[in-house]
Design a protein around this ligand. Sequence first.
Ligand SMILES: O=P(O)(O)O[C@H]1O[C@H](CO)[C@@H](O)[C@H]1O
Ligand SMILES: [Mn+2]
Ligand SMILES: [Mn+2]
Length: 409
Amino acid sequence: MARAFLVVMDSLGIGAAPDAGAYFNGDLPDTGANTLGHIAAACAAGQAEEGRSGPLRLPHLDALGLGAALRLASGARGEGLDADPEGLWGVAEEVSRGKDTPSGHWELAGLPVPFDWEYFPKTKPCFPDDVVAEVKRLAGVEGILGNEHASGTEIIARLGEAHQRTGWPICYTSIDSVFQIAAHEETFGLERLLKLCEGLAPMLHARRVGRVIARPFVGGPGDYRRTVNRHDYALAPPGPTLLDLVQGAGRQTYTIGKIRDIFAGRGVGHAVTGADADLMGHLAEHVAGAEEGSLTFANFVEFDSLYGHRRDVSGYARHLEWFDAALGPILKGLRPDDLMILTADHGNDPTWPGTDHTRERVPVVAKGPYSGQIGIRAFADVGASVAAHLGIGFDGPGQSFLTGNDVGL
Ligand SMILES: O=P(O)(O)O[C@H]1O[C@H](CO)[C@@H](O)[C@H]1O
Ligand SMILES: [Mn+2]
Ligand SMILES: [Mn+2]
């Protein structure tokens, strides 16, 4: 029986989406953003030399069709990404209005988001009084710090010391529908932070704020570092997704990384989390041992969280090259009737102003018993194709792109 592996390279956009003009980083529209294209260009120009050097080298992803997808999506050549695709390859576009992680993943899993998320205004303070009061009540503190739009690493560098002195949690948001709480793992306490976020989540979910995110950190003044104990308390998907469908068909569903949080645990049979390096080990183990007929759904978040939001071009390129090198042996371990699709949930161009996601098209490249170009598709077609590969009927909005290609099963 066939198995499926759906792997999200978080934020690896390949060129502005047609509706990018309606999305912003600060005052600048996302028109012209191109996460992969601009990284490749910076590498070729010798402008991404920290911890790596020269043109971007992604031989495994490029052989599957990554460079071809970049050219199709944006017209950008992608210096160093010139292979003739061996796999099934193409591009996907999002219809959900948010350019955030849950919107992207739900839609990839066959569920476009049918509503608008609630966002916080770009004022300071930005949070309503009753929400602040609830944070104080749950945490048993007299006040909160932050209460503004901020980048997570910048705000802990700025307010970490005051947080340790007062014991007040640092609360901030972004252009996404999120309420983030940063607190020191030792002086505030990790368990206490997680309980605070869990307790606050229902109030915010009721207002369509997508996620409450615990952002624990360690260290001292001048050297605060976030840890891998981040936890997202996400609104549950408003309808069935690919995970529910596969589980409902009596198949095993495995998730790797943030996927369990993004789907609020719905349809998740078995889950592992950790840093991307650990997740790659888990992906290799799943390719070696996942049950026949199963779905493995993975998210590699560090492209986005460590490099995209931080506007770190060298770091993003380095992580791509690490990912590609580690993926090589994993691709070789796939069985003849397995399908592995690699894609992304939105963009996060590290050469772009601001620190927020960018509204982009994403690549869809696959290894399996199919090949050929699938053109520019909808995100939901990814979920429909996975279901089709597994032989499970799916009446969601997507159309499988496997039909019409060289089906070797
Ligand atoms: O700056 P940090 O804390 O990494 O926040 C980023 O992470 C959030 C959730 O993915 C996004 O909304 C973005 O603002
Ligand atoms: Mn994301
Ligand atoms: Mn992000």
